[in-house]
Design a protein around this ligand. Sequence first.
Ligand code: UDP
Ligand code: MG
Length: 321
Amino acid sequence: MVVPIFNEAGNIEAMLRRLVPVLSQNASSYEIIFVDDGSKDDSLAKLHAVSATTAHLQVISFSRNFGKEVAIAAGIDRAQGAAAIILDADLQHPPELIAEFIALWRQGYKNVYGVRADRENEAPLRRYLTDKFYKIFESFGETLLPPGAGDFRLLDRLALDALKQMPERARFTKGLYAWIGFKSVGVSFHVAERESGESKFSYRKLTRFAFDGLTSFSTLPLKVWTYLGTLVSLFAIGMATLVLFQTLIYGSDVPGYATIVISIMFFSGVQIISLGILGEYIGRIFAEVKRRPMYLIAEEFSSESAASDAVSAPERQMTHV
Ligand code: UDP
Ligand code: MG
């Protein structure tokens, strides 16, 4: 299991209470990897506490908040199993569905994803904008995202290894899951209300994420300027011919001030937008070529080490005696 955690102190225990029984019934062995993505609340303390009482836990704690996509990547880097399941910590993803994921995986599916049956418990504006984003993403047509699929999914070892080969920093994981392919199947589920706390995704964060998604999966925003530029040039050549003949036949005239100002403003706008798009891509190239590590780990521990500490403490005393 890979569970990203950002300020989820109120959810960790409730989540484990539902998750552990499902895992012990459906898997012969398992590990739960919590990735603390620089939480500012008591999440890390809670993780320390549960690691003393719950078996098979591993915790990686980032040096700061790197974002959910990176937290998932870190969890996948660590995962040892024949498959990994990614799960939100807020119980919006029902752990009981994992039984079905595992059953489908045993039938040979390499990528089993949860599909939201509805988005009722999202703000209408967020739902509307999300919908628009997917429409735009789809119209670019380079990578097809299954509608309603998110991060709640099971990935086979083959898919995990494929994802590990993608070191990009601007990660749009939903796109990566689709890009890698493999035999996939969706399982519909009802998205529950958040157990406690609120969504960590502000509109600003979501907008950034949308740009990451579009620019890392399509070069259409770059190419469109070639077509637009060609059209504008053809139009200009047409206009030039027209004006030339008009001048030859009727002589020159001065009016046209408004047309000139409007066309200057319009085409300056077009040029600035195209520069901005170029800037988006160059910014991303810059971020990638710096080759900074994707994340930094400040602390890691596991329930095994907590358990072995408890066992080895008296032994150490013995040897001193
Ligand atoms: N999360 C994270 N880093 C972030 C934001 C979110 O690890 O910067 C985790 C969060 O703790 C939760 C999951 O990602 O386990 C989904 O976040 P959230 O519930 O806020 O997203 P939503 O359900 O609103 O899409
Ligand atoms: Mg959530």
